[in-house]
Design a protein around this ligand. Structure first.
Ligand code: ZN
Length: 283
């Protein structure tokens, strides 16, 4: 398999979930072996930050990249997930805000545009990160995420919420472009109404609405159309996990097993993985 990039720049726009302002995003072709790099075109000097786990500076509500000068690019996970599934190895992504546009809260707009866009094969083989040994990270509550050896990327993810609409949900499948398009890409981020009320009371989630998140109020889905898929919530967690795994800088040959984890855990897992080079092999 050769590395791939886009043939032509692809531009999209939307609003930032927290800022509520318009954000322009352009995904440009990039040379082989350059990986995925974000560029803040609204900042003097147009600083570039590579989408690597070691450049993640905040994982509280999203995965946020930062550099030493304090420039940020936040909420990268949905774009990263779409790039992974669309088979894009190299891209230089221009953004004119510190926050990427939220679109409909899923990866659908990004993935559909990337799928349709013309790609070019580059003069370098794709490098895969092959998991050689089990690595894991657990938080103080015992919520754990692991990577296990496998010859393809698969994810098993489990969540449990008190609301019966969510309850106990499990995803377990290989991550192919077809599975991604059908079961993962359209799944939106979700939250409880009280969380939205709190975030808005402290000046965040200004762009948040029923157009870009599933909002649960007790046992009710507030969105007029309801859920897109029965297991939309856990599948969205898989969407986030695939995007976060892509901050390894590689396509992964391994199996992720996660229970009630999020951006923080995925980032810590990659730190554990890369701490010992006998955990993996680049093939
Ligand atoms: Zn997400």
């Amino acid at each position: 398999m050769q590395q791939r990039t886009l043939k032509e720049p692809l531009s999209l726009k939307g609003i930032g979930l927290h800022s509520g302002v318009n954000v322009n995003l352009t995904i440009n072709p990039a040379p082989a072996d350059s990986g995925i790099v974000f560029r803040r075109v609204d900042v003097d000097g147009k600083p570039e930050i590579k989408a690597l786990y070691s450049n993640i500076v905040d994982t509280r509500n999203c995965s946020c990249l930062g550099d030493k000068a304090g420039n940020l690019v936040s909420t990268i996970e949905h774009v990263m997930s779409a790039l992974y599934a669309a088979g894009i190895d190299n891209a230089l992504i221009d953004v004119d805000n510190k926050e990427l546009p939220i679109m409909d809260g899923s990866a659908k707009v990004f993935f559909d545009a990337l799928k349709k866009a013309e790609k070019v094969e580059q003069n370098a083989a794709r490098k895969y990160l092959k998991i050689k040994k089990e690595v894991s990270f657990s938080d103080e509550k015992g919520n754990t995420v692991k990577l296990l050896p496998s010859d393809k990327l698969s994810v098993e993810f489990e969540i449990e919420f008190p609301s019966k609409i969510v309850g106990h949900q499990v995803f377990d499948n290989e991550i192919t472009p077809e599975v991604f398009e059908r079961e993962i890409s359209p799944c939106r981020t979700f939250c409880e109404k009280y969380q939205v009320d709190y975030l808005q009371s402290v000046g965040l989630a200004k762009g948040g609405s029923l157009d870009n998140a599933v909002v649960l109020d007790g046992e009710t889905v507030m969105n007029p159309g309801g859920l897109r898929l029965k297991n939309e919530c856990v599948n969205h967690k898989v969407l986030d996990a695939v995007g976060d795994l892509y901050t390894s800088g590689y396509y992964i040959l391994g199996r992720m097993v996660a229970s009630k984890t999020g951006h923080f855990h995925s980032n810590e897992l990659l730190k554990v993985l890369f701490k010992d080079s006998s955990n993996y092999e680049i093939v």
